[in-house]
Write a protein of this length. Sequence first.
Length: 202
Amino acid sequence: MEKSIEGQTMKQQNTEQQSIEKQLAGQQTADRQEMEQTTDYTDQPCEKKEDTVDLKLDRYIREQFQIPDVDVRTYSPLTLAFIGDGIYDLIIRSKIVGEGNTRASQLHQHTSHLVKAASQSAMLEYMIPLMTEEEEGVYRRGRNAKSPTMAKNATMKDYRRATGFEALMGYLYLTDQMERLVELVKAGLAGLKEEELCVTKK
């Protein structure tokens, strides 16, 4: 009698075990099918986001104030230099302020050093080799323009070169070429910094 009960118990346990195994097998099959249906993004090429910079500030200002478009080529070199002076100054101020908060007097001192005619003239030594034919033409027009004024503490040569520098800055800004403008400025600043380091070591 006891053996019969024991046999029935073992048979019941085996049946339950088989039922559990079937359920597990069914679940594994379902999981596998679900995974196969799921899109595998690892093998698909990711969409590359282009690092584009939309810096059309002049166009935005014109639109907001309803100013009609003007052919930049009709502007005089001194007009280009006028706006270029302000744009270059803005870039330098943004750079100086971004490098760290400090006293206003120091901010002014650092900025004045980089925007003075002598520094702009020195930067051109590293910028001109990178200029396109068109860019160099704009620079030369600005350099050769006759200005009624002259910057203080600057030689005539540096002042004329600085005017050409600012004319190019204005031209690139007004033609929505801010990336190119910043590229040339960075090259000029890097060269100026290296030049000043060499003088310091001497």
